[in-house]
Design a protein around this ligand. Structure first.
Ligand code: LRH
Ligand code: MN
Length: 426
């Protein structure tokens, strides 16, 4: 289903006057603090987040999965659904594929379809956490860390095949997340597993095209419940350094033990020029993969505050890959993704309001209260008029979910695809 511009403009009409009032009021009060609202609007308009190809259907858990109706069953339909989100939000201009869940059949047709929706191919994801049919070796006891060289070689070859697929689509990076680890003390020799993983990642790194990046994603537990080889940022960081200049760490917000200071991890990785990108989501307990900003919006703001500082001061760190990695158990996947995009834009906009110079001066004065006031004033600012203006300026919807519902997109998708289609993915 394609949403054309007139449908969006028609639905924007009734909200334009109020929006203009809100925006002018905010822009005026920001200019009093020397902040140029139009500059922030431009940054928000250019900020594109990749949508995971595996999160366009209803997700599930081991306790069950409830279909949502009208789910995409092909890569073409998934790109179409991202096209719907992108036409409404103008901030979802990229897709991140998971291989082999989403291998294109006709590369040229897929590239043409994606560009017709202004969508590019961001990082491709390898999968050595599931055994494929007719696979010679099993990943039950690990992949790149496995004690068997035959298993490691199969996993390395898979990653090289994923890179080859990405090259044909114009992608420039691969994300490697390993489930590798152990469920019981004594089951695995930690040093052997880490050494095997390091050697395997080096092979993949060295086989990469010169202009590609490899993102090493860490996670403390699940599906292994005693140890995970790449368990935390430190392990990902040392492996990225061991591999070389094309390797970076990827921060999935849900991959941290409770109360971890993620913004400090982000600042350290940026300072060392080894932050590659993000998998945005939120969580209250484990790797819950729920809507961004739905549980810890202040923590997300603090992460963006470090990102804004880092993008200004750590020129040694490459441009970052912005991706969502979420799963939708009870909500319309497209509405859930639009809520996540809004939360990401909100955190970024609020962080852009922080007067970094004023904050630095207060920090040098050890004026703790003033430091907090500078940070919290930005966080307490309602930046929604800026986000709406950023969408409006490039043809998006003032209220994406309202327009999505007004156009009954889900109803149309169910009519076309049926109630019980199951999308590939998690
Ligand atoms: C692992 C993970 C990883 C993906 C998978 C879908 O928890 O975050 O990024 O491969 O989810
Ligand atoms: Mn992830």
């Amino acid at each position: 289903m394609r949403i054309d511009q007139n449908q969006i403009e028609d639905n924007n009409k009734k909200g334009l006057t109020q929006h203009k009032e809100n925006f002018d009021f905010l822009a005026n009060s920001l200019s009093k603090n020397g902040i140029n609202a139009e500059e922030i609007v431009a940054k928000l308009s250019n900020f594109q987040v990749a949508i995971p190809s595996w999160a366009l259907g209803a997700g599930g858990t081991r306790f069950g999965r409830f279909s949502y109706g009208g789910e995409p069953s092909t890569l073409e339909e998934k790109i179409g659904d991202i096209g719907v989100i992108h036409s409404l939000t103008q901030t979802a201009g990229a897709i991140s594929l998971h291989i082999p869940w989403d291998i294109p059949k006709d590369y040229n047709a897929i590239k043409e379809l994606a560009s017709s929706h202004d969508i590019v191919f961001d990082a491709v994801n390898s999968n050595t956490f599931q055994d494929q049919q007719n696979a010679k070796e099993s990943y039950k006891y690990g992949s790149l860390s496995n004690v068997s060289k035959a298993v490691r070689d199969q996993a390395i070859q898979h990653n090289n095949e994923v890179v080859a697929i990405g090259e044909k689509l114009g992608s420039k990076s691969i994300t490697v997340w390993l489930a590798d680890g152990s469920c019981f003390p004594g089951q695995q020799n930690f040093q052997t597993a880490l050494q095997n993983t390091q050697d395997s990642l080096k092979e993949i790194h060295n086989d990469l095209p010169s202009d590609w990046k490899m993102f090493i994603e860490y996670k403390p537990y699940e599906p292994n419940f005693y140890s995970t080889v790449i368990q935390d940022w430190g392990t990902s960081f040392l492996l990225a350094n061991e591999c070389g200049e094309k390797a970076f760490s990827l921060v999935d917000l849900g991959h941290h033990l409770p109360n971890t200071n993620i913004e400090q991890i982000v600042s350290t990785l940026m300072m060392k020029g080894k932050l590659g990108g993000f998998h945005f989501n939120d969580s209250k307990y484990g790797d819950d993969d729920i809507t961004v900003g739905s549980i810890k919006p202040y923590a997300l703001f603090l992460i963006f505050n470090e990102l804004v500082y880092g993008m200004e001061n750590n020129k040694n760190n490459p441009d970052l890959a912005w991706m969502i990695d979420a799963s939708h158990n009870v909500k319309d996947p497209l509405e859930d993704l639009m809520q996540s995009l809004e939360a990401i834009q909100e955190a970024y906009a609020k962080a852009l309001l922080v007067d970094q110079k004023l904050l630095k001066a207060a920090q040098l004065d050890n004026d703790v209260v003033k430091c907090q006031e500078i940070i919290q004033n930005a966080y307490r600012t309602d930046v929604r008029p800026l986000i709406q203006q950023a969408r409006l300026a490039v043809g998006g919807a003032l209220n994406p979910i309202e327009t999505y519902r007004m156009l009954d997109v889900r109803g149309n998708l169910i009519q076309k695809r049926g109630e019980n289609i199951i999308a590939t993915g998690l």
